[in-house]
Design a protein around this ligand. Sequence first.
Ligand code: PMM
Length: 288
Amino acid sequence: MSSPDGTAAPGPLPDALRDAGRTLVMGVVNVTPDSFSDGGQWFDTDVAVAHAKHLLAQGADIVDVGGESTRPGAAPVTPEEERRRILPVVEALVEAGGVVSVDTLHAATARAAVDAGALIVNDVSGGTADPEMLATVAQTGVVYILQHRRGTAATMNELAVYDDVVTEVRAELAERLAATAAAGVREEQVVLDPGLGFAKNAEHNWALLARLDELGRLGRPLLVGASRKRFLGGVVAPGLADQPMARDAASAAVSALAAAAGVWAVRVHEVTASLDATRVAAAWTAHR
Ligand code: PMM
C-alpha cells in the first residue's frame, strides 16, 4: 500500500497503518511543563498516560510522545530527565497496543524508547542535534521522521531568512536525506517533514503548505505538523489569536488540505477532527 501521494509507505510499520487508505493521524503527548501548545497540562506521568490512552481511544493511528519542549528559546532537558518523563508513557501505550513515536533529539532516548516498543523516532533536528542519532536509527531499523529546521531552539528564529523557502527547504531536506543514507539508514525508513515554525515565519509556513507537492518530489512520504502553531493565529477569529487551543479548527482544516495534497501523516493535538478531516480528504480524492 502506498501513501496518499503515491510514495511507498515507510516501513516497518503494522499492516493496519500501511493499509489505512488515508492520511494517518499522529496524536501529540508532550510530557513537559512548558510546551506552548498545551501549557504543560500533561506533565504528570499518570495524567500523560491517561491522555495518551484517550488519544488512542479516539482513533489516533500513532501517538507521539515527547519530553522536551521544542519551542523557540525553551530550556534544554538532560536525556536522563527526558527518559524519566517519557518512558512510562511509552511503556503504557505499547502495552495498550498503540503505535508509539518518540519525539526526541537524543539518540540514547530514541534507543530506550525503541527498546520499550516505540516504532518511530521523530527528530525535529533531522539528525543534526546528536551525532549518534542517525547511526542509532540505522541500527534499530525503525521509521525515522526527518524534520527540517535551521539552528537550534535558541537560534532558529533569526535563521528564518529565505529567498525561496520551498526550494531551500527541499534542498536542505535532500542534504539531510543523503546524510541518513551515508549513516546506513535505509531510504524506506525515512519520512520527511518541512518543520513548520522551525526557522520559518507565517509566510514561510503557508508557502510550504501550498507547495507540498514540491517536497513530495524528494520521493519520500511527508508528515505535516501545523497543529496549534502561532501562524494559525492569523486565521482564527480576532481576539482568539493568542490562544493555542483556539486554533484546533484551523488545525483540522490544514489536516484536510494536507491530506488532499497526499501527505502520509499529520501531527495534531486534537485527534477527532483531524481524523474526520483525513477521511473527508480520502473520500474527496476517491471521487475525482
Ligand atoms: N512540532 C513540534 C514538535 N515536534 N515534530 C515533527 N515531526 N513536526 C513538527 O512540526 C513538530 C514536531 C512543536 O509543537 P508542539 O510543541 O505542539 O509539540
